[in-house]
Design a protein around this ligand. Structure first.
Ligand code: AQP
Length: 329
């Protein structure tokens, strides 16, 4: 059976781009793959975090994943720091990656420019992401378009390691959706919507009050003319709304463009579609949120299952590298 792995960082409240670009595909993947999903809390540490907020966000992110339809009977759902194999393989892969290769990562350039404090972890984080994926003999990784370069690096590291030390890792494929793979900020439609970006009016949070969601969409930046057309370069604002509507309805953005003569009508339709997508998620989230002990138990079972898979893969890497095995005491 195909093995699917993906993760999400508890760096802020989940936004619509996370949902449309990645999370809804995770849910669908449960039908035909062995699925493993992870709240990647170690990745959140690349920027300073408030400890109590990080703890709350990690638990609530797991609850949100359950609310969107991740089924713990069919998927392995766990928190990255509960499985220490991730950190160990990350070091091995940092030593497999070249400095220049990491320096070329565009997300590092974006996130380090103008940052007050740039941690070494922000630089090496793609090696940890590669470790997350390679630890599970992953075949397919459903991610948004912004992760394409990191996925390519994970593949390169797997191939380099296999070439140097013998066949150890499965080389994964990225699975990037055609629609919704890059949801843009509603106020700045040439930059991606992001959970830790300071753009409250441009970012739709999955747990935003539904009236606020509709208001943000109605106030989205469009363009000066009135033509409803799917053209990402010339009309980024309108095209973003068409892409969002398309991801929620399943119709193509080009076909949807023909249905609306005015921006106002497109915004109304988009707001309705997003609100109806979020409503059931919010209702289920409230149920999981009322039972933190239940969520903790699900995560503990998930971590135990994850370790059963990750342990032997890490042992394979250690042996092939030539690390001395521990002898009997
Ligand atoms: N705007 C987006 N459109 C489509 N997909 C997106 N993803 C993120 N933003 C968009 C996808 O969501 C998954 C989880 O993302 P992540 O938490 O690992 O980190 P990220 O990609 O860096 O997302 P954010 O929201 O922008 O977080 P911050 O602000 O903390 O960096 C990934 O599959 C991602 O592609």
């Amino acid at each position: 059976m195909t093995r699917v792995f993906s993760g999400i960082k508890p760096t802020g409240p989940v936004q619509l781009g996370n949902l449309l670009g990645a999370l809804r595909h995770w849910v669908a993947d449960q039908d035909d793959a062995d699925t493993i999903f992870c709240v990647v809390d170690l990745h959140a540490l690349t920027v300073p975090q408030d400890p109590s907020e990080l703890r709350t966000r990690t638990l609530e992110l797991a609850q949100l994943l359950l609310a969107i339809g991740i089924d713990p009977e069919r998927s392995t759902l766990f928190v990255q720091s509960h499985v220490p194999e991730h950190a160990e393989l990350s070091w091995i892969l940092e030593c497999t990656a070249a400095f220049g290769e990491l320096r070329r990562m565009t997300q590092f350039k974006d996130k380090s420019t103008d940052a007050e404090f740039v941690s070494a972890g922000l630089f090496t984080y793609p090696a940890l992401m590669a470790a997350d994926i390679l630890l599970y003999d992953t075949d397919r990784v459903p991610v948004g378009d912004d992760q394409r370069q990191h996925l390519e690096l994970a593949r390169d590291l797997a191939m380099r390691f296999n070439h140097r030390y013998g066949n150890t890792f499965v080389v994964p494929e990225a699975a990037i959706a055609k629609v919704g793979a890059r949801v843009m900020d509603l106020q700045h439609p040439t930059r991606k919507m992001s959970k830790s970006e300071d753009s409250p009016q441009g970012t739709i949070l999955v747990l935003d009050d539904l009236a606020t969601v509709a208001k943000k969409i109605r106030r989205a930046v469009t363009d000066t003319d009135t033509d409803v057309r799917f053209d990402i370069v010339e009309k980024p604002g309108v095209s973003n709304l068409l892409s969002i509507l398309s991801a929620c309805t399943g119709e193509s953005p080009e076909a949807l463009a023909g249905n609306y003569a005015r921006y106002g009508d497109l915004k109304t339709a988009c707001a309705e579609a997003v609100v109806e997508t979020l409503r059931p998620v919010q209702e289920r989230f409230a149920e999981y949120n009322a039972d933190p002990a239940g969520t903790a138990a699900i995560l503990a079972r998930g971590a135990a299952r994850a370790r059963e898979i990750a342990g032997p893969v890490l042992s394979r890497a250690r042996t092939n590298l030539g690390l001395l095995e521990t002898g009997p005491t």
